[in-house]
Design a binder for this molecule. Sequence first.
Ligand code: 3PG
Ligand code: CO
Length: 559
Amino acid sequence: AEIFRLAPHPTIPRCQAPLVVIVLDGLGESKYNDEYNAVHMAQTPTLDALKAVGPRHYRTLKAHGTSVGLPSDADMGNSEVGHNALGAGQIVDQGAKCVDKALATGDLFRLDGWKYIEPNAKQGTLHLIGLLSDGGVHSRYDQIMLLVEGAIKQGVKRIRLHVLADGRDVGDNTAVAWVERLAGDARRLSKQHGVDARIASGGGRMKVTMDRYESDWRVVQRGYYAHVLGEAPSTFTDPVDAVRTLKKDNTVSDQYVDPWVIVGDDGKPVGAVQDGDAVVTFNFRADRMVEISQALEYEKFHKFDRKRWPKIRFAGMMQYDGDLLLPKHFLVPPPLIERASEQYVVGTGLRVFACSESQKIGHVTFFWNGNRSGYLDPKLEKFQEIPSDQGISFDKAPAMKAREIAATTKQAILSGQYDFVRCNFANPDMVGHTGKLKAAIEAVTVTDACIKVLLDAVDQVGGRFLLTADHGNAEDMVQRQKDGSPVVGPEGKPVELTSHTLNPVPCAIGGPGLPPDVHFRGDLPAAGLANVTAAFINLLGFEAPDFYKPSLVTTAKEE
Ligand code: 3PG
Ligand code: CO
């Protein structure tokens, strides 16, 4: 990517010490300050103190819906769109919206990606792999149906669906219903159009296929074996029966359902991928599709033994990595994120340090930099990954690697080697996604203590900081009725909320290096995450590009 130079800010001087940007993943502000708000319930002296400073240095930001490029304001925020906005200073139509448009206009079936897979899809089998829900974070059910219907209209006769149970972007214990619905729709369409469409394999998204940032390749291996080879520890003849059985009376969360394969009366898998088939991964979001794409596409591949690598034509719903150009073929062009802030920061010669644990490292590098995976300039940038725990549900270890991230980032702040230090704490989000309230409270408490470590380091070197979050999650751990009271489940217990929220997120600035006249503007009440970018560029001592969303900060005297 090209690099560009920033002009010095007219009134905010550079600071000799670094600017530290802290992203709390999945920590919003809810109007419900009750026992189901893990942020309210946690011990948060650091966050409380930041808030107590008042509106000159503390405010909230929009982090959902159209303010981050999602199709509607009913869409909760997520890390992809949140970090894209934080890093790019602009709001671009995100993947969900691009796919909606391509399906509505029919362009999807006219573009190069479809043309590439079309011969195989018609002569062999069309395999569709992805997340089964209407969460709208990685995929959406209506898009899957439009894809299936459109493919049938184009003349595809044999379709196999390989579907991952969600329970993370939608309510837990909904997977059986989703599989029932899809199986029903597949049956109906098969009958209506005289085709053969059915579900062939699946598993829970955290156990099968949807790993990210190479946190645990075994997850992808399970998926490849189930979807491509037709191999899984348990086989079934009916997909609803498969998920119902593996859910073990809902003692297993949808996210962690074991892999399963559907077999015919002959005991053979109904949807193993064969030479000459076409494969589409229908998720629009990138992070959790990169690894399975590599397994499907790369001729040289060593992350696990594929045993068999069929000669297929493969396309992603989108291109998932603009640096690796992965996959080579895709149905819908991904949103173009041009002139992300890192291109300016590096172009100005500033030295950058970015840190998180495996589960989130790509958020502060890949998503931050407009979905580009590499360094712009390895001499100026250092991306530090702390290995995440593998193979456990994070409610069992709610501290995750927060202390290690804090210690490593602190070293970077103290080292004098960096001008701009950023990090992401995964805990409120990853533990929030488990739906486990007590663990989420612990997660937020640990995170707050780690923020303190970083703010102390900022104090020590005389630096500046900006703290924010990418979307809400831990601040609401229960499904609510319209009046705010918890939804109560059949066993009389409140129903856990595992997904993100629509809530705004905190934003705070400070540090001994912050000039006393720098403060939040009072005239941007509807500002969102994209307004943060110009603000941190200002805090670095530079003017932001004029097409960025207006900066949150000013030195002007308040009216
Ligand atoms: C996930 O991928 O873990 C969830 O679907 C979304 O979480 P994130 O947007 O916070 O990564
Ligand atoms: Co999340």
